[in-house]
Design a protein around this ligand. Sequence first.
Ligand code: FEO
Length: 415
Amino acid sequence: MNDYFKALKITDNIYWVGAIDWQIRNFHGYNTSRGTTYNAYLVIDDKITLIDTVKKPFKDEFLSRIDSIIDPADIDYVISNHSEMDHSGLLPEIIDIAKPEKVIASNMGIKALHSHFHNLNYNIHAVKDGEVLNTGKYNINFFETRMLHWPDSMISYLAEEQILFSNDIFGMHLASLNIFDDEIEDYILFNESAKYFANIILPYSTFVSKAMHKLRSSNLELKYIATDHGPIWRKHISKILDLYEKWPLQEPTLKAVLIYHTMWGSTEKMSDAIAEGLASENIDVNVMPLNVSHRSDIATEVLDAGAIIFGTSVLNGNIFPASSDVLNYLNGLKPKNIIGFGFGSYGWSKSALDNLTTTLANDIGIELVGETIMSNYVPDKEILTKCYDQGVLVGKKLKEKCNETLEMRSMRIHS
Ligand code: FEO
């Protein structure tokens, strides 16, 4: 074992024993530009308890960090908050090494673990929402957080130390040996948190709001939120909780994301004219050309936007592949409260542009404004004027929607 990997202390009896993935840049299609961590935690009590494991290739690092505090064979309890293999990858190895008295997961977690590790011949103990595990002087409370972001997900709260082990939620992909939020620049923390929410959590926004309601009504005292990716929150706890209240609502803002792919510059010219129209209405426009924009950065920009305007070129009668990729990705994320339209340039078959609009409206759920703007080859002045005017139209509509949202919010406050 490599003895230079040490555990990091959170409190006198709680340690971070995770792994740092400095190299990863593609996590299931998510551009993890700052790497990530797989966090696991060791609770030293009468019953030594491990909370989650790490991705399998990080076995030496993980065991070495545990070994810097206790012999891994002395682990009594293992809590598996989530069966995805970045957190459960070394569960079979830990079971082999420690033969723990208890391995704990949610009911759904047990099913998922057995579906991942077909030879896991171990009696995993199911805990229900609200159950408590006593480890000696500590009590660990379990909260099921189904669909955040898998059906099996749960979180654990160690009351005596006021630590919430939140698994994936409140996390971010950020490799660092600084394990606390106050050791990292705020702009990095909140950009990476937003990116994580937009790319991983967004489709489950309804479940987030329910979980936040439950967390708030439980009145948990929180000194730490120890997530399974990125730093542990201790300074900005109220801010990250507020963001998890705000992000799922996806209230419209005066921001438009203008995404386009161009082959010979025609769609780009149209995009430029649309951007001018939007800007004339004081809309914050973020133009994202697909030859240089990653899908996960586009998703991040969409999180706080009120409009998506999508342009594509046409290749062999189809939406250009780079455009299809992002449309498919956005379809999975299902952003809400978004207006917009499609546009593009074609040569001899424009049905792909009709398909673009169908996808935007029927699959992704974008409320259409105006018409699909199509240019046969290079756009002329008339088409570019139409693009500008439709940018203006979206700008005006966005202002109306934002005003309606403000009025509704004010009515809620005063009712
Ligand atoms: Fe970080 Fe859903 O695993």
